[in-house]
Design a protein. Structure first.
Length: 438
């Protein structure tokens, strides 16, 4: 671990260890600081921008970026030392705002006092993903079992900062928002059908920048933001797409109408296009669904989450050989993601590649050995084909539960961020990063 370097090339780096780097970038006004924390899958290592780094530089906002070496919810032995460095670097500031989305929101709340924050902005935060605490949380299964949860970094939340917590109460984030409110007083802004993370909806409606500016200025109005966010949703593709997906099967006409309206108000929006394609695929309108997804994959420069959607649409259409080709691509790009191995195993089984299916499900178990779904799948594949049944004329299996679980996993959970930041998953493979605020 090192203090502030004397060398010009590292002048902005005020803390470094094997696990944490803290980067300080001062703008003209150093009486107000934003302290950011990375979200899940922003990238491993430290040769990358911090969360929102380019945005804050462009806006002339002084920022400090706290960067962990991986998706570890900041459970590092030297985390407290890193936070103390941040506090020293902002000493005397009028306002210090911690800011993060999802995993970063977890940190923005929990570490606000440690950095001397006056305010904390947490977008779709987790209270915890420790399985001993969040017993119903399954979105980060591969991570929460391997992380060593440190009581000093993951216990009850305590902060004197004004905490603004914004989340979608129709998603699994509801439990986290309500649990956070049991520990601390928060300005809770609940925005239904805005997905995880709500960061994308706020950015898409041009509310995110003004929100951050108002917190730094000390004149944030929670009621005004809540009112404006809800006013704008009727003409927003993310909201309409999520609302369409939430419709029960008996209201399929309503769901399709909402999804087409989402596309009409957001014709270039990936979220709206994918929402419609999923519904079309579900209803057997495979040609249109596949055409939409093929265009999204191309336009997004083959962003991984949309590549996965494309394969799922091929599976629904019974075109498993084409789905298998895409599954191989996905695995080559993200070989360390357990649920992709399980997903690819199912595709291989349906395509008749039984040996590959068994090998892939064992790979999922090696990456996430505590996952009971994978264990049941491994047993099932070993002893025989998964049970088949017919539903609405489409061949399905109990493995649809696995597919649905996969779609709730981090690759799906954070996929809405690609609406503004299509490089979300490409970052993990050394490709370009985004310049947005988050």
């Amino acid at each position: 671990m090192t203090a502030l370097s004397e060398t010009p090339a590292a002048a902005n780096e005020i803390f470094r260890s094997d696990d944490v780097v803290v980067r300080r970038i001062a703008a003209g006004d150093t009486s107000r600081w934003v302290v950011t924390f990375d979200h899940y899958a922003i990238g491993h290592g430290f040769d990358r921008p911090g969360f929102g780094e380019a945005y804050f530089q462009a806006q002339g906002v002084s920022a400090i970026h706290v960067m962990g070496r991986g998706d570890d919810w900041y459970q590092y032995a030297d985390m407290e030392a890193a936070l103390a460095t941040v506090r020293a670097a902002t000493a005397g500031a009028t306002r210090v705002l911690t800011y993060g989305s999802s995993m970063g929101g977890y940190a923005a709340l929990r570490f606000a006092d440690a950095v001397g924050a006056t305010d904390a902005l947490a977008l779709s935060p987790q209270y915890s993903i420790d399985p001993k605490v969040a017993v119903h949380e399954r979105r980060w299964s591969q991570d929460f079992h391997r992380i060593r949860w440190r009581p000093e970094l993951s216990g009850p939340i305590s902060t004197s900062a004004r905490a603004v917590v914004i989340y979608d109460p129709t998603s699994p984030d509801r439990w986290h928002g309500e649990r956070i409110a049991q520990d601390i007083a928060i300005d809770a802004i609940r925005l239904p059908y805005t997905a995880h993370p709500v960061t994308t909806y706020l950015s898409d409606t041009n509310l995110l920048g003004p929100l951050i500016a108002s917190l730094l200025a000390g004149d944030f109005d929670a009621r005004a933001l809540r009112r404006e966010a809800r006013r704008l949703r009727a003409a927003n593709g993310i909201y309409l797409g999520e609302l369409a997906a939430a419709q029960p099967r008996r209201r399929v006409a309503t769901a399709l109408s909402l999804a087409r309206r989402a596309l009409a108000v957001s014709p270039g929006g990936y979220h709206a296009q994918v929402s419609l394609a999923r519904l079309l695929s579900q209803e057997g309108q495979h040609d249109e669904a596949l055409a939409i997804l093929a265009a999204v994959v191309q336009q997004s420069d083959r962003t991984l989450t949309y590549v996965i959607d494309h394969a799922n649409a091929f599976m629904a259409a019974g075109r498993t050989a084409e789905a298998r080709i895409i599954a191989d691509e996905a695995l080559a790009r993200a070989p360390d993601v357990a649920h992709l191995h399980a997903w690819a195993a199912h595709i291989c089984w349906l395509n008749g590649d039984l040996s590959d299916a068994r090998s892939l499900i064992r790979g999922a178990l090696r990456l996430d050995p505590s996952n009971q779904t994978y264990l049941r799948a491994a047993i099932d594949y070993h002893f025989g084909a998964p049970h088949m049944e017919r539903s609405r004329g489409v061949q399905v299996t109990p493995w649809l539960r696995l597919v649905r679980w996969i779609m709730r996993s981090p690759l799906r959970v954070d996929s809405s961020e690609t609406e503004r930041r299509p490089s979300l998953f490409r970052r993990r493979h050394g490709e370009s990063a985004s310049d947005s605020a988050g």
